[in-house]
Design a protein around this ligand. Structure first.
Ligand SMILES: Nc1ncnc2c1ncn2[C@@H]1O[C@H](COP(=O)(O)OP(=O)(O)OP(=O)(O)O)[C@@H](O)[C@H]1O
Length: 454
């Protein structure tokens, strides 16, 4: 391949990766050699090497191939300073040319792959995560270090990893010369053990101490692992001394991680400790709406009945990962069977998830809260009176029993003084109809639902 044909290929790449990716990542590549089907490119920094090999190598290889070059793989290497470290490599398959599985180091694990969709743009902000989001944004601005470390914690699937990747993406865009290293605590340990085994501990130390931003996910993993903790401690101190930003995440607050050395615990508490709270209804709805937008473009023509998103946001409260999984399943299922996404379809398709995440609101609780709200006697909820002032709240309670519990209509009927399931169905429909036009009723329902969920 000549410089000239590489020039043409670059033009093609510009079209496929877009202007800003091209300027950031492709333009700085210098074709070094092209021999035996291996195209070697020079990249200015290690970080860039890892980034390009993770995100663009395959595209580059395909473009070369399209242009008629017989290319088995592309490699990137940093000249001079880091010439001794292995080049990041991407291959057509995970096997090496000899057919043997690749050793882990072949692909350079200096940073774990970043998930492209974990950006600030796709992160929905609500009350439960606004502080964590603001702190992450501040770090991502890349200005002078104001708190070190930033310690993000929260339960499973609440967005810790998403925020960390978002910081890395943002820093990358703003200051591509920064060396940002993101990895899980498990990978940290893995690399440490490997360095010990291969007597490359100096290289390990040098690598970790030369980054500008270090992000370690799931730090609770190193608890109880003595020598990894020790090494982590030294790395941490060395970076803080150089005023380099550190971002840490864990599933709980530093003080609550068992078997963590006291000196590490206190270091972790030194900066800003913020938690991601469990999601609330509004945040869940926001996340669902955002994801649904994406799916709508993927599955054009698929219809969704009103109230579906609200129902899912009410009923699936476990965590965002489960919420996303539910939506994925819903769209895939609906498109497979060619049906509109209705509440019935949701109940069919997500029954297991809904059951698992059921908050166990009881019908009795619903009756009590609704009676209190409308100022009627609890006994009248299940009694025979038909006056509107009692019948309407009773229907509201029926509606909530249907939407907030997994009880069947006959079962709900039994709890409402032995009424027939058709009566319950009538009540539920009535409220469904009314709430579309009666804003007072819609507000009442919202408030009651929130009360019952609290
Ligand atoms: N506020 C949010 N907006 C949009 N998506 C979100 C939000 N919070 C979480 N998610 C999504 O939920 C999923 C789980 O999030 P993530 O992997 O960041 O969780 P985590 O807190 O790191 O969980 P774990 O403790 O299991 O590692 C991801 O797909 C992420 O994009």
């Amino acid at each position: 391949m000549t410089e000239e044909s590489w020039g043409r290929i670059r033009n093609e790449l510009l079209k496929s990766v877009g202007k800003s990716n091209f300027t950031n990542w492709i333009e700085p590549l210098k074709l070094d050699t092209f021999e035996n089907g291996i195209a070697r490119f020079e990249v200015p920094t290690k970080f860039m090497r890892d980034w390009v090999s993770r995100n663009f190598a395959e595209q580059i290889r395909q473009h070369l191939e399209k242009a008629g070059e017989n290319v088995a793989r592309v490699e990137f290497h940093v000249p001079s300073r880091s010439a001794t470290s292995p080049a990041a490599v991407t291959e057509r398959s995970s096997k090496s040319k000899t057919g043997a599985p690749r050793a882990p180091d072949d692909s350079v694990l200096t940073a774990a792959p970043l998930e492209a969709r974990f950006t600030f743009d796709t992160f929905v902000v609500g009350k439960p995560n606004e502080l964590a989001h603001a702190a992450a944004r501040r770090v991502a601005e890349g200005g002078p270090v104001t708190f070190n470390p930033l310690f993000l914690y929260g339960g499973v699937g609440l967005g810790k990893t998403h925020l960390m990747h978002a910081i890395a993406h943002e820093l990358q865009t703003r200051q591509s010369e920064l060396r940002v290293l993101y990895l899980s605590a498990e990978q940290f340990m893995y690399r440490f053990v490997q360095a010990l085994r291969e007597k490359e501990i100096m290289g390990f130390k040098e690598m970790f101490r030369s980054v500008d931003v270090l992000m370690v996910d799931d730090v609770q993993f190193i608890a109880g692992k003595e020598s990894t903790q020790e090494e982590f401690f030294h790395t941490f101190n060395a970076l803080v001394d150089q005023n380099k930003q550190i971002v840490i995440s864990a599933d709980r607050a530093p003080g609550e991680i068992k078997d963590l050395e006291e000196r590490i615990r206190s270091r972790l508490q030194c900066g800003l400790v913020v938690d991601l709270h469990p999601t609330d209804y509004e945040l869940r709805l926001g996340i669902l709406q955002q994801k649904a937008e994406l799916y709508r473009s993927q599955y054009p023509g698929l219809k969704m009945a009103p109230g579906v998103m609200e129902f899912v946001a009410h009923r699936i409260t476990t965590n965002v990962r489960v919420l996303e999984g539910a939506l994925t399943r819903l769209f895939a299922f609906a498109s497979l069977v060619g049906r509109e996404i209705t509440l019935d379809l949701v109940q069919d398709c997500l029954a297991d998830i809904i059951r698992a995440s059921d908050r166990k609101v009881t019908i009795e609780e619903i009756q009590r809260k609704v009676a209190e709200h409308y100022n009627i006697r609890l006994a009248d909820m299940i009694g025979p009176k038909r006056v509107r002032t009692i019948a309407r709240p009773r229907q509201v309670a029926m509606f909530l029993a249907k939407s907030l519990t997994t009880r069947s209509l006959p079962e709900i009927g039994r709890r409402f003084g032995g009424r027939d399931h058709t009566t319950i169905m009538h009540g539920v429909r009535k409220i469904e109809e009314l709430k579309a036009t009666d804003s007072q009723l819609a507000d009442d329902l919202n408030m009651l639902q929130r009360l019952l969920e609290a």
